[in-house]
Design a protein around this ligand. Structure first.
Ligand code: IPM
Ligand code: MN
Length: 332
């Protein structure tokens, strides 16, 4: 029997609601498979900062380090003090952001099925800068090493997942220093991959192409901030942030995370769409090597979406978060 220690960081707003819903599904999974989960919940976010003075307590950092994998939901105003330092301190250099239109979901572009591979540790997110009264700057840090590693990851991801197209997104026509280096590293990293079509696209054009012809993309790899923006664009193509899971992936430590925020407008109402969190849990299982279990969760979510009887309001349904979770658990 496989046994996993999972750190849960529900955070603020709708975080605890979507994590609870996800655990309902994981409980059903335990009954169906011989996998066992042992959960430990850690504090993170705005409420914890108000309570203890820090949004990311040492116990939480230690918990993430000790766990086999972590599920982080969302925080309010303290992202810069929580998920961003976690990505940096554990060198979670890949942010995997799939955009897949599931049948049954009102999607702008139902033909979308792609993976954004976002560099997750540098660029503008190094948060180096300066503000004086009437002027300010932030420095965009790009290294050969991180650029090479992220593009290599994207190429390997393509090979492993039977994809044949990798698109590198940049702005080297303007950001000649940083993205010149990024492209140089990208071209080196892409060498020797027979059978993979390697393309380069400038970020503005890439944005338009993603919206107009999403079916022409399979794997998109880019720097941190471009990946942040493009992954919201592609989430918009497939039904919104309620449908967008992600994984912050390092060599040994991983934090899986729905892309959505704490949604204060609907927090506490019990109507949040937990799909993104459930699909993040599926990604977590895949990373743990439990491919079958991952597929079971995805298939169960898919079944409920296709049936269309128990959808949350963002998907034009009338069900609440709990009802959706119970339906997915039953579908398992
Ligand atoms: C995301 C979020 C974060 C980011 C914010 C909340 C700091 O937008 O995970 O996409 O910019 O990376
Ligand atoms: Mn974002």
């Amino acid at each position: 029997m496989a046994k996993y220690n999972i750190a849960l960081l529900p955070g603020d707003g709708i975080g605890p609601e979507v994590v609870d819903a996800t655990i309902t599904v994981m409980d059903a999974l335990e009954k169906k498979t011989d996998i066992e989960f042992n959960y430990t919940t850690y504090m993170v976010g705005d409420a914890e900062k108000a309570r203890s003075g820090t949004a990311l307590p040492q116990a939480t950092i230690d918990g993430v380090k000790a766990a086999d994998a972590t599920l982080f939901a969302c925080v309010g105003e303290t992202a810069k003090e929580t998920i961003l330092p976690l990505r940096q301190m554990f060198n979670l250099y890949v942010n995997l952001r799939p955009a897949k239109a599931y049948p049954g979901v009102p999607a702008v572009r139902p033909e979308t099925d792609l993976m954004i591979v976002r560099e997750n540790t540098e660029g503008i997110y190094k948060m180096i800068g300066h503000r004086s009264e009437k002027s300010a700057f932030n420095v965009r840090v790009i290294t050969y090493k991180a650029s090479y590693n992220i593009v290599k990851y994207a190429m390997d991801y393509a090979v492993k997942n039977g994809k044949t197209k990798v698109t590198v997104v940049h702005k080297a026509n303007v950001l000649d220093f940083t993205d010149g280096l990024f492209l140089e590293a990208a071209r080196d990293a892409a060498k020797g991959y027979e059978g993979i079509e390697y393309r380069e696209l400038i970020v503005d054009a890439a944005s338009m192409w993603l919206v107009m012809y999403p079916e022409s993309f399979e794997v998109v790899v880019t720097t941190n901030m471009f990946g942040d923006i493009l992954s919201d664009v592609t989430a918009g193509l497939v039904g919104g942030l309620g449908m967008a899971p992600s994984g912050n992936v390092g060599d040994n430590i991983c934090i899986f995370e729905p892309v959505h925020g704490s949604a204060p407008d609907i927090a506490g109402k019990g109507i949040a769409n937990p799909s993104a969190c459930m699909l993040s849990a599926a990604m977590m299982l895949e990373w743990l090597g439990e491919n079958e279990a991952a597929k079971l969760i995805e298939a169960a979510v898919l079944k409920v979406l296709v049936e269309g009887k128990t959808l949350t309001p963002d998907l034009k349904g009338k069900a609440n978060t709990k009802e959706f979770a119970v339906a997915v658990a039953a579908a398992l």
